[in-house]
Ligand binder design. Structure first.
Ligand code: SAM
Length: 230
């Protein structure tokens, strides 16, 4: 059985897609996507040898070597322009996901949908989307094994469309903020607690310039999130 996290990612793959799963590791996602009829073909990209081996083994074990091409390379370097129409990148930090997309921009023509699952730093992914005219069309937040995950889905378009209160929505997610489900509230209440604790620690530390700057930055974020959650 696939994790709820990856199942959620897979649920957004359009039927009949050609997929690139970047940082595929065990290649569970493309195997599942094919076996459940989402995709007709896939590339599983991996930069590291261990995960690359386990991807190859998994694809062979599933008898899908003719469907899923396992390739070694950095980010989108493993695909040719126009080769796929859907890209998934899951289980990495938002900064790395944004860097991979930025470095592989020339491979994105012909790609209709991005499904991204940052473990942290979803705001960095949303900002990248906005600067590059990818329109966020759906978001999910879920909890599995005590960890909270976000899934962001985008299509080519006007990157600015879903945003009204831009600063708060880039941080929290416009769809997630509207929905305000229990997992979302748990995540942000926890973040607020942590930020407030750091602010107290910084205050005790004294008034060095960098401590003050950090404290101000956190206080601003706290205010933004508290107002958004009201
Ligand atoms: N996508 C799978 C998932 O969500 O379960 C695996 C996530 S795993 C934590 C992250 C994987 O990304 C690792 O196997 C790592 O080797 C790979 N990775 C990291 N940077 C990468 C890059 N620039 N290009 C391709 N793969 C990368």
């Amino acid at each position: 059985r696939l994790s709820k996290r990856l199942e959620t990612v897979a649920s957004f793959i359009p039927k009949g897609a050609t997929l690139a799963d970047i940082g595929s590791d065990h290649a569970y996602l493309p195997c599942y996507a094919y076996l459940h009829g989402y995709i007709i073909k896939a590339v599983a990209g991996e930069v590291a040898d261990g995960p690359l081996r386990s991807a190859k083994q998994q694809v062979e074990k599933a008898g899908l070597s003719h469907i899923i091409s396992v390739r070694k390379g950095d980010g989108l370097a493993v695909i040719a322009p126009g080769e796929v129409d859907c890209i998934t990148i899951a289980g990495m930090g938002g900064t790395l996901i944004a860097n991979i997309l930025e470095a592989g921009k020339n491979k994105l023509s012909g790609v209709k949908r991005l499904i991204l699952q940052p473990n942290v730093g979803a705001d960095i992914v949303r900002k990248w989307m906005m600067s590059n005219d990818w329109e966020l069309i759906a978001e999910r937040i879920l909890k599995e094994d005590g960890r909270i995950y976000e899934v962001l889905v985008a299509e080519k378009g006007d990157g600015k469309k879903p945003y009204v209160n831009m600063k708060a929505e880039l941080l929290l997610g416009p769809f997630l903020l509207k929905e305000k489900n229990d997992v979302f509230l748990e995540k942000w209440r926890h973040e607020l607690e942590q930020w407030k604790r750091i602010v107290r620690q910084l205050a005790e530390k004294g008034e060095t310039e960098s401590a003050l700057a950090k404290k101000r930055e956190l206080e601003e974020k706290i205010k933004l999130v508290e107002e958004a959650l009201q």
